[in-house]
Design a protein. Structure first.
Length: 312
């Protein structure tokens, strides 16, 4: 009787462990072929920027998303530096009581596929300083944080403030550099590895380029405002997709090509990706901070250029 009881307990425990493991497929996800340790031939891209053109960033403790200090009048708050933000500045009700603004309207906010996400306020901020530049009468938004996040966040600032600039973002250095000078003038050797960026009216400041996902030509999209990378489920065999309470996952390894970089993600998150862009190629991957942390990312949009340099 005692032996039977112990056997029952073993089966029960084994079954419970199996269920727990199945509920957390994200624990299996890993990036193969990249490292966060600088290689011996890595270029110190921040020598392109003077001291007053370099700014510290912090990484959100939960989401690992880069944050920069944005100053509203005399109030400084960290906001996500979000490559996916096609608008200007958005703050949430987590900090809105600290900031001076006037409300002009109530509008809808939309997902990248064009679906209504929620209702937000259109506002004007009297004075805002972003990465060393001061702006007056800035149009922006105030929203409830729950529209965008699973826990309170301060807000987001997009790349419209870096239009016509050259900038470098490094998770490893926890820095961002901003300059009006073309980076090609400092590092002409980078020209051979430059990736041409795509321009889309829906998101003209977004970081989109052509790459390969699972041996398929596709649009690659860098989105620092996402904590986790998503691969388009259309590019993967459906019988290899598993789901749990945190979403869908591909039960295998997906090969990726970004310019000169080739690497893979094992057990990546997947979903049907739809972005409101005019392209013959599908959006193959939305690259989040879990993968972007492996790169130093330089976007060159000064002097009429529109290109990307990435280094591991």
């Amino acid at each position: 009787m005692k032996k039977l009881h112990l056997s029952f307990i073993f089966v029960l425990v084994f079954s419970q462990l199996h269920i727990v493991n199945a509920q957390y497929l994200r624990d299996s996800t890993r990036v193969i072929g990249l490292t966060q340790v600088f290689k011996s031939d890595s270029i110190n891209l921040f020598t392109h920027y003077s001291t007053n053109q370099q700014f510290d960033i912090t990484l959100h403790p939960t989401f690992n998303i880069p944050q920069i200090e944005v100053v509203f009048d005399d109030v400084s708050v960290p906001l996500f530096l979000d490559f996916g933000n096609s608008g200007d500045i958005l703050i949430t009700n987590a900090i809105s009581s600290l900031v001076d603004y006037t409300v002009s309207d109530t509008v809808y906010t939309y997902t990248p596929s064009g679906e209504v996400r929620g209702v937000i306020e259109s506002v004007t901020f009297p004075e805002v300083s972003v990465l060393g530049e001061k702006f007056n009468n800035v149009e922006g938004n105030v929203a409830n944080w729950s529209i965008f996040s699973t826990e309170p966040i301060n807000g987001i600032v997009g790349l419209s403030y870096l239009a016509g600039k050259c900038f470098t973002l490094s998770y490893r250095n926890q820095k961002v550099g901003v300059s009006s000078k073309s980076i090609n003038q400092s590092f002409p050797s980078l020209l051979s590895s430059a990736i041409d960026l795509e321009s889309f009216a829906f998101h003209p400041t977004g970081v989109y380029f052509k790459g390969m996902v699972n041996n398929t030509n596709a649009i690659v999209y860098f989105d620092t405002g996402k904590s986790h990378t998503m691969i388009n489920s259309d590019l993967l065999p459906s019988e290899m997709i598993a789901t749990d309470k945190s979403g869908g996952y591909y039960k295998g390894e997906v090969q990726l090509v970004f310019g000169q970089f080739q690497f893979s993600i094992y057990y990546p998150r997947v979903k049907l990706l739809r972005r409101n862009i005019n392209s013959e190629l599908p959006v193959g991957i939305e690259v989040g901070s879990d993968v972007l942390k492996f790169f130093d990312i330089t976007v060159g949009r000064s002097g009429g250029s529109n290109c990307l340099f990435i280094q591991n």
